[in-house]
Design a protein around this ligand. Structure first.
Ligand SMILES: NC(=O)c1ccc[n+]([C@@H]2O[C@H](COP(=O)([O-])OP(=O)(O)OC[C@H]3O[C@@H](n4cnc5c(N)ncnc54)[C@H](O)[C@@H]3O)[C@@H](O)[C@H]2O)c1
Length: 344
């Protein structure tokens, strides 16, 4: 047996990708799954390997002392209560995005983890993609110099062809274009530019296509971010487009620029008149089986070994991204009026 036993909450699409990633890690294995549906322990064990106990009662799973970590992959409107219950049961927590659909709930979750001395991992796994590990390394090596403008945008049409559509169209669980999926792009922008945000100004809109008519909220938004250091950024969150998945990144700095997988750097004396290619695994799909959960969870388990918060996607770090996201959504409600995250 490996060191950490993980109990999963929710057994949907994200859960299946999480189980594979957890079981492939050095220290952890899935030993329990809680679902509102009756699941069969023997079937789950045969399908995923190891010995998995199925629970239909969350309190019973949380009371199991052999479980060290709870992984929450349920509907967003359930995240707060389940995360607080897990923290109070002294379990470390993996939490799917959005952490929750209101800032108060996200703050409640972060506070409960702190009060109980447990660590968190938010599934902003894009930070652990080949694309953003390389992009961040280029920034940290100074190859782009000091970045004064950056845009990271999320284009992914979430229509009836997508499993989440059945619940994602409702405001209660979908939230907003940023909360439901665009948060990955905003979080990546903050990874690249820092999360010290002065104010944001956001506008939102909605496709006129009948395909997206069931959505109860605006499914396209664009946010301009003013950072405290004087730099500016932009993040578009578009979930009502009819085009291939596209995670667009353009960073402009005092030594060069990066556009997706292309760059120029004065420091490297590359040819400014032509882009140089960067070979890296791009974020080019919304499919969870493609997501870099394994790299992210490995870092989380390594951090638990050292009793420290994980890098990049701990609860306190991701709370900062959600403060910016909720400020953006508030600004869009106010017709674009600037909102300071620190005022929320
Ligand atoms: N980080 C990412 O890139 C990423 C990708 C996908 C989903 N997610 C997040 O993961 C969470 C779950 O999303 P999902 O795509 O797994 O959604 P899903 O619809 O597959 O599952 C959502 C919930 O519904 C339950 N469920 C699924 N089928 C059910 C059924 N037949 N009967 C009863 N309950 C059922 C699941 O157990 C789960 O609790 C959400 O918070 C979502 O935003 C994140």
């Amino acid at each position: 047996m490996k060191k950490y036993n993980v109990g999963i909450i929710g057994y949907g699409w994200a859960a299946t990708a999480h189980i594979d990633a957890i079981n492939a890690s050095k220290q952890a294995q899935v030993t329990a799954i809680y679902s509102s549906r009756p699941l069969d322990s023997a079937e789950l064990s045969a399908k995923h390997g190891g010995t998995i106990t199925a629970y239909q009662n969350l309190d019973a799973m949380l009371a199991d002392p052999s479980i060290h970590i709870v992984d929450i992959t349920s509907y967003p409107s359930q995240h707060r209560d389940q995360a607080i219950a897990a923290a109070n049961a002294k379990k470390h927590i993996i939490l799917e995005k959005p952490m929750a659909n209101s800032l108060q709930e996200v703050r409640d979750i972060t506070a409960a983890a702190k009060a109980n001395g447990v660590h968190g991992c938010v599934c902003f796994e894009c930070r652990f993609s080949g694309q953003f590990i390389t992009t961040k390394a280029m920034i940290d090596e100074g190859l782009l110099g000091s970045i004064h403008y950056g845009e990271v945008d999320y284009y992914h049409g979430i229509g009836p062809w997508y499993g989440q559509f059945r619940w994602n169209t409702g405001k209660k669980d979908g939230g907003s274009a940023l909360l439901t999926a665009g948060c990955h792009a905003m979080d990546a922008l903050l990874l690249c530019m820092g999360n010290d945000v002065e104010s944001v100004s956001s506008f939102s809109s909605k496709s006129k296509s009948e395909i997206f008519a069931p959505y109860e909220y605006d499914t396209s938004s664009v946010t301009i971010i003013k950072f405290k250091n004087g730099s500016v950024g932009k993040c578009a969150a578009i979930v009502d487009c009819l085009q291939p998945y596209y995670f667009h990144t353009h960073l402009v700095g005092s030594q060069g620029s990066l556009l997706d997988n292309k760059f120029h750097s004065n420091k490297l004396q590359t040819n400014k008149a032509a882009w140089s290619d960067l070979s890296m695994k791009m974020l080019d799909s919304g499919d969870v089986s493609d997501h870099p959960y394994q790299t992210q969870f490995q870092e989380f388990f390594d951090a638990l070994d050292e009793n420290r918060d994980m890098k990049w996607t701990s609860f306190p770090e991701s709370l900062k991204s959600f403060e910016v996201i909720f400020a953006a959504d508030r600004s869009a409600e106010l017709g674009g009026q600037p909102v300071r995250p620190s005022d929320l």
